[in-house]
Design a protein. Structure first.
Length: 202
């Protein structure tokens, strides 16, 4: 599978949680510039102050890049990744600042010729979702936009980790979380259908 980049220069949008799920579902190595709380299957961490990605970490296959930084720093990192990754996924909250960061990153990715999808993540009300969707659509009429309602799933992943994810089932009263997980994985598949040759590991 081709490599994927997930990031937003506005913190708190859920890039690490989505990276964790994608890493587990597609059996990808995670490359990051911050130490996450989650127990990734395979994790490589480089300096958070670096403005460039080390050349030995530029992988065109089987990697997911979960990177944090200012807008200027992410621009530089995105320049490094443009010829390596097949898709850029930008999670965003519904507030105006997050949406502004998102629009700026999408425009930069488009200038590099990189396919982009937006995920309006952890929204709590349909009103907030619709307002965010409208604001994005006005400025980015041709960019794919997906949405994920607020869920406790990501908190469970942080505290209970990969073992819980692999064993969660209906008999323990966690059916709703399992349904949420299925919806997220279906979204991943739909997003990556835009990228040739993406098939998840069975």
């Amino acid at each position: 599978m081709k490599s994927i980049f997930i990031a937003n220069s506005k913190g708190g949008c859920g890039s690490t949680s989505l990276s964790y799920l994608m890493s587990a579902y597609y059996n990808l190595d995670c490359i990051t510039n911050t130490q996450p709380m989650m127990d990734f299957r395979s994790l490589t961490v480089f300096s958070s102050s670096a403005s460039r990605i080390p050349k030995n970490l530029l992988k065109s296959e089987n990697a997911i890049y979960d990177l944090r930084g200012s807008y200027v720093q992410l621009q530089s990192l995105l320049n490094d990744l443009a010829s390596v990754v097949s898709h850029f996924i930008i999670p965003t909250a519904t507030d105006a600042v997050s949406l502004c960061h998102t629009v700026n990153l999408v425009n930069h990715a488009h200038a590099l010729g990189l396919p982009v999808s937006i995920v309006i993540n952890n929204y709590r009300t349909e009103k907030n979702l619709n307002a965010a969707h409208l604001a994005l659509r006005e400025q980015l009429p041709h960019t794919a936009i997906y949405s994920l309602r607020y869920t406790t799933l990501f908190g469970r992943l942080t505290y209970d980790g990969r073992e819980w994810l692999e064993k969660v089932h209906h008999s323990k009263g966690e059916g709703r979380l399992l349904n949420t997980l299925d919806q997220i994985l279906e979204m991943f598949d739909e997003v990556l259908e835009q990228t040739e040759g993406c098939q998840h590991a069975k």
